[in-house]
Ligand binder design. Structure first.
Ligand SMILES: NC(=O)c1ccc[n+]([C@@H]2O[C@H](COP(=O)([O-])OP(=O)(O)OC[C@H]3O[C@@H](n4cnc5c(N)ncnc54)[C@H](OP(=O)(O)O)[C@@H]3O)[C@@H](O)[C@H]2O)c1
Length: 312
């Protein structure tokens, strides 16, 4: 079984290798999935570069990847949500860069027929993050104005769509080249961070301000936008203390054991079926080592909006 692993921390062309792996053991709680596609996330890049080696050390050779999609080929006796032959979306703790994975049954969800393999592999991390940020970390109410900075990104684009489906007014920011795309997601208003003063345009309008930009870099605008009593959420680092406004509540979103993948997938899939959720795919690469290297090089820079997918 082919898998793409890193043999060390470092640059993509130096550390990625193809390995022939033995099938993993199952338990009654697990399912075995033949993967058709996997998605690449900014998180994978940080892990490969060794930026998280203290908090999340890995044993080499290590197979990256939290997102995938494929067909269930074996089901543990305790698993009731899927059966052999089901096509599923997979959210794993590493290991999706390959032809097969064994994961707990509660980490897979049935893929709708009209969702492509690429869309399914592009959904898990961004979708689960956007869902639990809005509805578990926060409990947004439909009368709130939600501001999404980084609205063209994987997480940002889903935040916009989930908030719109919830009935919220959504103000969004991204680069000017992505304006039409972000408006097509339902944003009520758009400001381009590369051409305009986003903080001034949306000044004091956000009940909730989410910095979903790569590296949480939009805090200066974000501070201007947050209203008295607002919730301010980052995916990476909180704004420097000297920039923070009083009377704003600051949150860092991170995965949490109490957040259910099944709950998040249920809403994401329902919204997809109602055509209230689009998953933007930037490029689909063939299932090769060279593709994994190229996708990692691409995502390290400032790629076009949309997910990078490797597919059989
Ligand atoms: N804490 C967690 O659990 C968690 C989960 C998922 C992701 N994350 C993190 O969240 C961030 C976003 O993830 P993603 O997958 O959505 O990434 P992504 O798809 O690469 O999106 C990045 C966003 O940042 C914007 N951006 C890039 N450079 C910018 C700049 N100089 N100023 C303002 N905006 C800029 C992009 O806008 P344009 O392309 O339009 O310029 C885009 O909207 C990443 O840092 C990721 O590691 C954290």
């Amino acid at each position: 079984m082919k898998r793409f692993a890193i043999k060390d921390y470092g640059d993509p062309e130096k550390v990625f290798i193809e390995v022939a792996a033995e099938p993993r053991e199952m338990s009654p709680k697990h399912v075995r999935v033949t993967l058709q596609a996997f998605g690449i996330n900014p998180y994978d890049v940080g892990l490969r570069q060794g930026k998280m080696k203290d908090a999340r050390p890995v044993k080499f050779p290590y197979v990256l990847g939290n997102d995938g999609a494929g067909t269930v080929i074996e089901v543990g006796s305790d698993v009731t949500n899927v059966t052999v032959g089901d096509e599923v979306i997979v959210h794993a703790v590493g290991g999706t860069y390959g032809e097969e994975i064994v994961v707990p049954g509660n980490k897979v969800y049935r893929k709708p027929e009209n969702m492509s393999w690429s869309e399914a592999a592009g959904l898990p991390t961004t979708g689960i993050t956007a869902y639990h940020l809005l509805f578990s970390l926060l409990s947004i109410m439909p009368d709130q104005t939600i501001v999404v900075l980084g609205a063209s990104g994987g997480v940002g684009s889903l935040l916009v769509q989930l908030a719109k489906a919830n009935g919220n007014r959504v103000l969004a920011s991204a680069s000017s080249k992505n304006e039409n795309y972000v408006r097509s997601l339902g944003a009520d208003s758009f400001a381009a961070y590369d051409k305009e003063n986003v903080g001034q345009i949306f000044e004091n309008q956000g009940d909730v301000v989410i910095d979903a930009t790569k590296g949480s870099r939009d805090y200066e605008a974000g501070m201007d936008i947050a209203k008295y009593g607002a919730d301010y959420v980052v995916l990476n680092v909180l704004p420097p203390v000297e920039f923070r406004k009083p009377n704003v509540e600051y949150h860092h979103y991170g995965p949490n054991r109490d957040y259910s993948d099944q709950e998040a997938f249920a809403t994401l899939v329902k919204n997809f079926e109602k055509e209230q959720l689009k998953i933007n795919i930037a490029e689909v690469f063939p299932f090769t080592l060279a593709s994994v290297i190229e996708a990692h090089e691409r995502i390290e820079g400032h790629p076009s909006a949309g997910k990078l997918i490797v597919k059989k």
